[in-house]
Design a binder for this molecule. Structure first.
Ligand code: PLP
Length: 409
């Protein structure tokens, strides 16, 4: 008899992001002639840069030529891409890695869940809250999150991000086995300083914990004091896996490419106390369950490290960051409590009334005709806030915040 993985049944029946989409659809049915501006966007909107497009055209031509055709590639990724990553993203920050410590993947979302293959289901989980919901839900389907009740998972330790800790919670007094950190953070925009990250690394060393560090938005960091990689912190290679994505840095949300760093120094224990190198296990896991990212996509990713590619990426990032700065400027006379927007193109706004984030979302939708994301979809700590995304056209950003200003005034 085939039996179901019943942990799936613990998932709440509705994904909150799809509830947002349903409410927008209802609006469109009720008000078919009203123009909505969507700043709830969870995607990028600028097209791929020409350097990337050219590299893909060339790679497609390679595939049409019997001498340059590429079939199955190495499961861990082509060396040309791994070398470019190490040289540009790490050596420039004084971090040394070997190519076999870099694993190319099809994006952070799938990788977050995949890494669970190496982890027992009875590990305790800690997440900063609010957070990208995939961290918890991918654990839920393998039983690590426990039971979902009244918006919280029973086995998850929610590390509350709030104004009093500047949205950067510090390690708790008690041990957690696996900790998810995201810096700069979606949705709050908070970014950990070196000193703060060091506390997390020391905590992980002391408690033999594993840190999963999501640096998907590192390219948006605007201050030299904010670390781009957790490996800027001494000792981090012993306790942390870093996840990075070309989605937000280079507009690859539809192409799909990211990478994971698993240093050779990182070990994890068995119940009987043996220390096992995670890198070797992950390499084995990838050989069994993954056949690599396509050659064309990896050529596209490598093109982001050419001089032209780097310039083009900088321009796109600057475009989104200018959007968010402009949004903040227009909203500033309102005396709202606005966070984020410094190292990430999202604004995290405290709701100025007693409304819940769903209620405020609906009032904004029907009164200002602007879509935001209700904070609660990012976890219980998101209640009382909404997120506005600046991953949009300049005109849309400007008109949306003008509408909000008129509405709130
Ligand atoms: N990590 C964070 C914090 C995100 O916000 C997102 C997407 O919204 C992802 C990862 C997903 O990245 P990818 O497109 O590489 O799967």
């Amino acid at each position: 008899m085939a039996l179901l993985n019943e942990y799936f049944l613990e998932l709440p029946s509705d994904d909150l992001f799809s509830d947002v989409a349903k409410k927008i659809n209802t609006f469109k049915v009720l008000r078919p002639h009203t123009e909505l501006i969507d700043l709830g966007i969870n995607d990028v909107t600028s097209p791929l840069p020409s350097s990337v497009i050219e590299a893909m055209h060339k790679a497609v031509d390679d595939m049409a030529d019997s001498t340059r055709f590429h079939g199955y590639g190495p499961e861990q990724g082509y060396e040309f891409l791994r070398d470019a990553i190490i040289k540009n993203d790490f050596n420039t920050r004084g971090i040394h890695l070997m190519p076999n410590e870099v694993f190319i993947n099809d994006g952070v979302k799938s990788e977050i869940g995949n890494i669970g293959d190496l982890l027992r289901s009875d590990n305790t989980i800690g997440v900063i809250d609010p957070i990208y919901p995939v961290y918890i839900e991918s654990n839920a389907i393998s039983g690590r999150a426990g039971i979902f009740n009244k918006g919280r998972w029973s086995n998850v330790c929610y590390l509350n991000c709030n104004e009093s800790n500047a949205f950067t919670p510090m390690p708790p007094e008690f041990p957690i086995d696996i900790v998810y950190l995201c810096s700069p953070d979606n949705p709050t925009g908070a970014a950990y300083s070196k000193g703060q990250l060091k506390k997390w690394v020391d905590y992980a060393i002391k408690n033999k914990a594993l840190i999963l560090f999501d640096a998907s938005y590192e390219a948006y960091i605007q201050s030299p004091d904010i670390p781009h990689s957790i490996y800027e912190i001494r000792g981090a290679k012993k306790v942390a896996i870093e996840l990075r994505s070309f989605s937000r840095t280079a507009g690859f949300t539809g192409l799909r490419c990211g990478y994971t760093i698993i240093p050779k120094e990182l070990t994890i224990q068995t119940l009987d106390g043996r220390k096992i190198q995670m890198n070797t296990l992950w390499s084995r896991r990838q050989s069994i369950r993954f056949n690599g990212v396509s050659y064309v996509t990896q050529c596209a990713a490598a093109a982001t490290y050419s001089e032209l590619g780097k310039n083009q990426l900088r321009q796109t990032i600057e475009f989104y960051m200018e959007n968010v700065r402009m949004m903040r400027r227009i909203l500033s006379p309102l005396n709202l409590k606005i966070y984020g927007g410094e190292h990430i193109p999202y604004l995290w706004i405290k709701i100025p009334t007693k409304s819940s984030s769903w209620e405020f979302f609906e009032s904004m939708l029907y009164s200002a005709k602007v879509v935001c994301t209700p904070g609660i979809v990012f976890g219980p700590g998101g209640e009382g806030y909404v997120r506005l995304s600046a991953f949009a056209k300049r005109e849309d950003c400007k008109n949306a915040v003008k509408r909000l200003k008129d509405w709130l005034e």
